[in-house]
Design a protein around this ligand. Structure first.
Ligand SMILES: Cc1ncc(COP(=O)(O)O)c(C=O)c1O
Length: 448
């Protein structure tokens, strides 16, 4: 050994090969969440991934640096090999993305600094001047606002259909979108769904949307001619209310699944983040725009999400069980007009969609009180355990009034059309004791 070489006290170890099945049995997501995508030997044996607070990564050689940038900029096919700069990606986010992809059975996933960053960058990556986005309604108000108020500035228009729409209605909407696109010199660039819709829990028939897309000649099979992306028009879906446990949209004909990880996945109301997942070919344009703009989740939040993912199944199961009990109580209460709960659907078409698409009813629902805003406010102000706050999917029960809070920016007429009335309280059930929650709702209803 020469003088200027350092003798490492511990010899370097090679990464361990990952076990994804045992004796032909494919390991389940809940098992993979404890280690998938992370090799302790690369981090001094640390059982848990450290938080990598670095903005940049040292290249092994100048040639390796050039090769990385050729991958990032698309000069060489196959993308980046390894890490370059933390706006593009970094270890905690890579592990997170690998684990998120597992839950949705996706080839690839991308993480973002919020659900809205994920959704906005996704739409911007696919939409160009003259293009038309088709979306279901209702959407989370900021998603609807991004399409209507921001994308329209850049010559992108939209047409929507109600969540529960029949195949005929979806066909009709796609035909309208096609003629708008041809008038504007663009294409139908994305079908964007939210199911269940926030806050009504209205479900979209993803299978029917997929069939309608192909019948309208907008699918990948037909896209080879005339479509610059040669991929067709992707179907993206916001699965925040039921994912990743209770609905797996990629199995029902969606191409891209989007999340506010702030909700069930983060699950403790202590972080803000988002993600998308799907086949690599759908992720690549979004990754390219994220590389340019930034918007990736930060390392600390990614680390928190890795911790959250270890318990996401347990938390969601418990919250789902609590919601069954709480809704059974609320549904019989004299001051309750109705419930928008997926475990108590009254409409045959919605029930059919639920039976085909959903694996559980979730724990977020709308409670319709007899009365209006005044009654809802009295109820909300009287709650002792449930917290009066927007958001959902946390360990604690939250309640809010969408018409005057999250959906205030939606025009009054449109709110009525979407069923977001003044008597609607949105409730997200947490993992507390179910009977304690029932006692809280009972005493609050007495104040109405
Ligand atoms: C269904 C849905 N999608 C997207 C978002 C936006 O997510 P974020 O707040 O993480 O940006 C929300 C937030 O409430 C939501 O409820």
């Amino acid at each position: 050994m020469s003088d200027n070489e350092i003798d490492p006290t511990t010899p370097r170890k090679n990464p361990k090969r990952e076990v994804k099945s045992i004796g032909g049995r494919k390991l389940q997501p809940s098992t993979l969440m404890m280690g998938h995508g992370y090799d302790p030997t690369l981090s001094e044996g640390s059982l848990k991934a450290p938080i990598f607070l670095t903005s940049t990564f040292a290249f092994e050689s100048a040639a390796a640096g050039k090769r990385h940038f050729e991958g990032i900029t698309g000069k060489r096919p196959g993308g980046a090999e390894g890490l370059v700069y933390s706006r593009f990606n970094a270890p905690n986010q890579e592990i997170l993305e690998d684990r998120l992809a597992v839950w949705d059975g996706a080839e690839d996933a991308l993480s973002f600094s919020s659900g809205m960053t994920a959704i906005s960058i996704l739409m911007m990556a696919y939409a160009g001047q003259g293009d038309v986005i088709v979306h279901s309604g209702p959407l989370y108000a900021a998603s609807e606002g991004f399409v209507a108020k921001w994308l329209s500035r850049w010559g992108i228009s939209y047409v929507d259909f109600p969540a529960g729409a029949s195949r005929e209605k979806i066909d009709e909407t796609l035909e309208k979108a096609k003629s708008m696109a041809s008038e504007n010199g663009g294409k139908v660039c994305m079908i964007y769904l939210e199911s269940p819709g926030n806050p009504t829990n209205a479900l979209v028939d993803i299978e029917a949307v997929n069939q309608a897309r192909d019948a309208a000649g907008l699918g990948s099979a037909q896209a080879a001619e005339g479509d610059s992306t040669k991929q067709g028009c992707p179907i993206a879906i916001d699965n925040t209310f039921l994912g990743p446990l209770w609905q797996r949209p990629l199995e029902h004909g969606a191409d891209i699944v989007a999340y506010s990880l702030t909700k069930y996945v983060g699950g403790h109301s202590d972080l803000v983040a988002g993600s998308i997942a799907g086949a690599k070919k759908w992720m690549d344009p979004v990754r390219a725009l994220r590389n340019t703009m930034g918007g990736i989740c930060d390392p600390h939040t990614a680390w928190m999400l890795l911790r959250s993912l270890e318990t996401v199944e347990l938390r969601m199961q418990r919250a789902g069980e609590n919601a069954v009990k709480v809704c059974a109580f609320l549904s019989k209460h004299a001051k309750v007009e109705g419930l928008g709960y997926l475990g108590m659907i009254k409409d045959d078409r919605q029930q059919d969609i639920y039976d085909r698409h959903c694996l559980g009813a979730g724990s977020t629902f709308s409670l319709l009180l007899k009365g209006g805003e005044a009654e809802c406010f009295r109820f909300l102000d009287a709650l002792k355990i449930a917290k009066l706050a927007v958001s959902l999917g946390g360990t604690e029960t939250l309640a809010s009034h969408p018409a005057s809070m999250t959906h205030l920016s939606v025009a009054e007429g449109r709110r009525a059309e979407l069923g977001i009335g003044d008597n609607l309280v949105r409730i997200s059930i947490g993992i507390e004791d179910a009977d304690d929650l029932i006692a809280d709702f009972e005493q609050a209803l007495e104040q109405v």
